[in-house]
Design a protein around this ligand. Structure first.
Ligand code: DCP
Ligand code: MG
Length: 383
């Protein structure tokens, strides 16, 4: 079917990805004008074991980035201003931004407090260009919140997200359908959704570094090595991403995981670490006024083999003691005693899932899922 006006196939979707620039740090700079133009680091205490949540672009030029320790950040830039996160302010700014986005379409899928996908296909049937909408969104965000956002426009989620990242900060990039493959080809595979450090390593051992390398790998090879994910790699390397924009994605879990700088081999240390994580998860569940019924433990071994063991309890729980009570058994299943050496563990995680709102009504669940995502984001990287 051809669009009468443009004579282009009309089934092509118009997806916009919006991502706020240096979000937490930008809110701090806006609210404290003396911080404008300064290297600002938002996160934990550099004097203890705090971690950087984010930093201003001024601080990035010193090599500071999210998830590094705050003490390291201070070494890189002693004159940086360190501020503790003020989640209420970030949440308020996020709500303002999401409201602006929802004024263009109800098909808005927030991924975290500061980023969202929009499917504006319907909004463009009257001849409005998706890029015009993206421009207007960026201008309104700046005018109404005093913060800047970057945007990417393309024909699917994967490319729209890559596009918004490309022109950061305060930029806009459109990747039209006929440019998708050329844009993707030279990118490092780590840029693709679902490709973390472990996968990068595995792909690299197969001689696959760029998206073009991935494109030149037979589908059969990819699915044999990576299962269903291999099929995703095969498709996304060809610019195919059929994932719809889902405005009502349900919250499923609150979790905390950590990759260690040095692998752990002492079982007592491992279990203690899991108990500490249960405390973090509990705090977050409490903050979000959530409860869950399934507790799971994840362990990744030195050889990258990853196991997850889960246990479902009868009543919804959120307290640290309640989560902790499930851990010894789950830990013993995930990391059985007497595993052959080297049974070293490089990552541990605790997740509470099938969460239900303890108090907030369901119409707010969209906002809550933002917080869920960000917390995974924030905490998953405390290495
Ligand atoms: N965040 C966090 N911990 C991380 C990464 C991010 O707490 N490891 C928080 C702080 C960020 C916000 O999430 O401000 C959004 O994350 P982004 O990855 O979008 O980073 P920024 O918005 O800070 O910077 P930019 O998008 O300009 O790269
Ligand atoms: Mg951002």
């Amino acid at each position: 079917m051809l669009d009468e006006r443009t004579e282009k196939p009309s089934h092509i979707r118009k997806i916009i990805h919006v991502d706020m620039d240096a979000f937490f740090a930008a809110v701090e700079q806006r609210d404290h004008p003396e911080l404008m133009g300064q290297p600002v680091v938002v996160g934990g205490d550099p004097a203890s074991r705090g971690v950087v949540a984010t930093c201003s672009y001024e601080a990035r030029s010193f090599g500071i980035h999210s998830a590094m320790t705050a003490s390291r950040a201070r070494v890189l830039c002693p004159q940086a201003v360190f501020v503790r996160p003020k989640m209420d302010a970030y949440r308020a700014a996020s709500q303002q931004v999401m409201r602006i986005l929802r004024s263009y379409t109800h098909l808005v899928e927030p991924l975290s407090l500061d980023e969202a996908f929009l499917d504006v296909t319907a909004a463009t049937t009257d001849g409005t260009l998706a890029v015009q909408i993206a421009k207007e969104i960026r201008a309104r965000i700046e005018r109404e919140t005093g913060l800047t956002a970057s945007a990417g426009v393309s024909y699917n989620k994967a490319l729209a997200k890559l596009a918004s990242d490309w022109r950061k900060p305060n930029g806009l990039l459109v990747i039209p359908p006929d440019r998708g493959l050329t844009f993707l080809a030279p990118l490092h595979v780590s840029k693709l959704h679902g490709v973390g450090p472990a996968t990068v390593e595995r792909l690299s051992k197969m001689g696959i570094h760029t998206v073009l390398d991935l494109r030149n790998t037979p589908q059969e090879t990819l699915t044999r090595r990576f299962g269903k994910t291999g099929l995703w790699f095969y498709e996304v390397a060809r610019g195919i991403d059929l994932r719809p924009v889902q405005p009502h994605r349900e919250r499923k879990s609150v979790g905390y995981e950590r990759t260690f700088q040095e692998n752990l081999s002492d079982r007592t240390v491992m279990l203690n670490t899991l108990q500490e994580m249960a405390g973090q998860v509990s705090r977050r569940l409490h903050e979000l006024e959530l409860t869950g019924r399934t507790v799971s433990v994840k362990a990744r071994f030195g050889d990258f083999q990853t196991v997850t063991r889960a246990h479902t309890v009868a009543q919804p729980i959120w307290r640290a003691e309640e989560i902790s009570a499930c851990l010894p058994e789950l830990f013993a299943k995930a990391v059985p005693p007497g595993l052959p050496v080297p049974a070293s563990v490089r990552l541990l995680g605790v997740t509470v899932s099938s969460c239900a709102d303890a108090k907030v009504n369901s119409s707010d669940s969209g906002q809550l899922s933002l917080l869920d995502e960000i917390m995974h984001y924030q905490l998953a990287q405390l290495s």
